[in-house]
Design a protein around this ligand. Structure first.
Ligand code: AMP
Length: 210
């Protein structure tokens, strides 16, 4: 199963990707998580991406394509993968297609901008393993501590309200056109992402017929 999870920032892509990854036994490739790890390690890619990420702007396509191609070459991607947060531009989608990177289905998680802005203020991200939680909708077992690795939960700089608004503008301008792109190829399934985490998972499973 080769999947793309699409949707605005905060639509629940990362959370649903984690659940599906476990369910299907295939890895999630999150360019956001890979970039944040690169920033933390101070690699050349990280140095290039840091200011763009903090401003909520997109990292150049060629950097993203390099990251994805490198990650997909790993053995664990042989039986499928879930792309979370990539592609985000028509250029990225075209590059993936040109590189022969196959896609079976694209799930679009639909959530209104108003709901996104509310959700983002409660989002918490593990500083160590990047797992995400929400103080109300998906709380960790122990406040401030990651369920998976015991790491410290933090608020991402780009989850600040001003930056979230900019990220939503970027999403509508750059990423939304991909819905037509994949719709025309018969790969798109739209799922209401505004309901509870569990209901959204069930709706995705129905769309994937699993
Ligand atoms: P995310 O965790 O997916 O919300 O990504 C966080 C930030 O990383 C984005 O706001 C961008 O700055 C950068 N980023 C992640 N994935 C991509 C991508 N596919 N194309 C361009 N920039 C990206």
């Amino acid at each position: 199963m080769k999947l793309i999870l699409m949707g605005a920032p905060g639509a629940g892509k990362g959370t649903q990707a984690e659940i599906l990854s476990e369910l299907l036994g295939i890895p999630t490739i999150s360019t956001g998580n890979i970039l944040r790890a690169a920033v933390k390690e101070g690699t050349p890619v990280g140095l290039r991406a840091k200011a763009l990420i903090e401003a909520g702007s997109l990292v150049p396509d060629e950097v993203i394509i390099g990251i994805v191609a490198e990650r997909l070459a790993h053995k664990d991607c042989q039986n499928g993968y879930i792309l979370d947060g990539v592609p985000r531009t028509l250029g990225q989608a075209a590059s993936l297609e040109a590189a022969g990177i196959g896609i079976d289905k694209v799930i679009d998680l639909e959530v209104s901008d108003e709901a996104i802005e509310k959700r983002m203020t409660g989002r918490r991200t593990c500083a160590d393993c990047s797992a995400t939680f929400h103080v109300d909708f998906n709380p960790p077992r122990v406040e401030g501590i990651c369920d998976h690795c015991g790491g410290r939960l933090t608020i991402r700089k780009d989850d600040m309200p001003e930056t979230v608004r900019h990220r939503l503008q970027v999403y509508h301008a750059e990423t939304e056109p991909l819905l037509n792109y994949y719709g025309e190829r018969g790969l798109l399934a739209k799922v209401d992402g505004s309901r509870s985490l569990e209901e959204t998972t069930e709706a995705i499973k129905a769309a994937l017929e699993i």
